[in-house]
Design a protein around this ligand. Sequence first.
Ligand code: ADP
Length: 382
Amino acid sequence: MNSVVVPAPARPPGSPLSGVKHVIAVGSGKGGVGKSTTAVNLALALSKLGARVGLMDADIYGPSIPRLLGTLETPLEDPTSGKIRPPLAHGLKVMSMGLLAQGQTPTVWRGPMASRAVTQFLSEIDWGELDYLIVDLPPGTGDIQLTLAQSARLSGAIVVTTPQVLAQDIAKRGLKMFQQLRIPVLGLVENMSEYICPECGHHGHIFKSGGGEKVSSELGIPLLAKIPLDPTLVDESDQGISLFESRADCEVAKAFLSLAQNMASELSTVLSGGRSEKATVVSIEPHAPSSLAKVIWSDGKQSAISFKDLRFFCPCANCVDENTGHRKIKKEQIAGDIKPTRIQTVGNYALGIHFSDGHNTGIYSYDYLRRILFSETEGPRV
Ligand code: ADP
């Protein structure tokens, strides 16, 4: 079996996507981070590695897939089944509003109509037998994401971000949305992570490096790939040229191939329940008189941390220097009577904690809490 082809539980016979093993959504908190570029090249990489792949452009408002794949072929209706046959581009089955609208003026759809278009893309398109249907979502968090989660059994989602601080915060919002929709997040992709000079091959950082790693470790979500910024990719994308046909050995092509492999392996882990073995917080109770928060974990372990330490170890960007990783707050600055005023779960991976000093931006992933609560030998810290 090919390494990127992952078995899937069967869909009910007769269901519109019965031949599709995995539907994978590619999303981002905001536009312009390279979400569509990632969706296209992930699909091409999976296909290059032997999988049967479809690509659905759910960006109804600003479809860009036809341009990226260099196709404007109008989908045709199968006279027997009445279903629409998706055109083939670079070996991928493709469907996009841009093919129906012939790439003319951007289609202005209202929310419910856009959601209907997505449902139709899922139910009235003859996707046939596919190992992966990659869905390029519109940027942000909204109707279409919800519709997709309700109408297709999604195997997982990937969130694309760039190294800038703002993009990281927005990526976190995207991650939270998938968690709320109960779609497993397979991982993060950090796009435009470094610049490779086309003349001399020098690698340089335009933005600060390490943003993807930071979000990944804060939220306990794998960083699946770091895609370099490659100016040639812009021209190729504009002309609908496949990177894997023009420059199969370049760094950016290798990065997308490794994304495809890492995504497939993460998918296997998630499907086999591997991720759920990680301990999660069952309860966290502030014990006011002792100023300790008592934490009970799903693996039966218990730990405790003082309110002051909990506040001190806040992982948010206001409390930790993005560049150096050093804490910006000092313990002496934290009031002796500090206490958590609200503790809420964030998806199934973290806790958001509000404190009596008004600080409320800390999202403590279970992985991070585990690290601050237990020493190397897994002994409780407090
Ligand atoms: P989004 O779907 O997030 O709005 P796009 O995929 O359309 O973003 O990318 C936005 C622009 O950035 C496009 O011009 C695209 O060619 C360019 N781009 C995306 N990723 C890269 C990259 N790794 N290197 C160079 N240019 C890129």
